[in-house]
Design a protein around this ligand. Sequence first.
Ligand code: ZN
Length: 399
Amino acid sequence: MPLDPVQTLRELVRIPSVNPMGRAVDGPAFFEHRVTDYLQALFTRLGLPWQRQQVEPRRENIVARLDGATPPDQGGAVLMLEAHQDTVPIDGMTIDPFAAAQRDGRLYGRGACDIKGGMAAMLAAASRLVEDRPPNLPTILIACTVNEEQGFTGAKAITQLWQSADSIFPRKPDAAIVAEPTSLDVVVAHKGCVRWECRVRGRAVHSSRPELGDNAIYKMARVLRVFERYQREVAPTLGEHPRCGRPSLSVGTIAGGLSVNTVPDECVIKIDRRLLPGEEPAAAMRHIVDYLAHDTSIDFPVEHDPPFLPSRGLPDDHNTLLGERLRTAAESVSPSRKLVGVPYGTDASTFQAAGVPSVVFGPGSIDQAHTADEWIELHQLHQATDILYRFAREFQALP
Ligand SMILES: [Zn+2]
């Protein structure tokens, strides 16, 4: 019997796999290892060979292989289906995050939409291919990765795995479909980002004699005015992508000062620069650092840490043929599907940067991802399963 995507999703939601994303790891809900164990048992039941790849303690990618009709070394195609195992934290949720409650054609819970729904559709589609063994079946790798929500390190490890001799990958895939909630449209382009900390220093004294000190918050206020102007006047001139719009700059956090009666000796902000597909993270950061350095209002040192998240976007120059094929399969199940660009990042940019044409596709809407009452429409879950099955069954290497 092929897997039922709804039952599979219910089981996945009931297994917490929370990415701490900077929070203290103080409970059993954190990290992906329980989902990895579940997947290992599921792949074993389906009779598929699998390989685990440790990325950090209690955080392992797992990849299973369904062998195609023609071996890859005799010209058979290789397709990778990828979904991340982690979810965002559960703070502030208004529903039980792990109950997987079902009502009104929806399934509720953390990860239901992002991205255990997409993972369940991939697993269910693969289980149908295991049963049917269609005559043109390509070799399919089902990769379930860790730490997508903060740094894409699981996806980066996968690109090393397919280069390694001791690997379940027969070779580098011909194409990858990355699960994210796209409402069954096909994402062929998305923005990237570069994030870093910027710091100014002052001198602390008692606040009753501020003239003796050097107020780091006042200095940062001047830096902030320059960044605000950069976003308003410079960022819009740096180009435009037809599917993703323009680049942007935002300062998201500020910290400084010990107490109200002390002149602050340090102030730190975090900067988020969204990149156009094709923009280099380091070059985009350098442009801002230089702009600030040349501003005459900044007559003091400003320190910029190396980026804590440099992530390229997904350009649509090598994946639109793949996207069109997937869109055709999607339209046979759900009419009026589109090729689109989105503002958020995914694992797809890592795979495509490593030379594998990649697109993003899945059931559910990004509007319900990460929300207090996260849910997915089950009708879309079934449709996504059908679409992935039809696409994978016919997949041939791209010219
Ligand atoms: Zn996701």
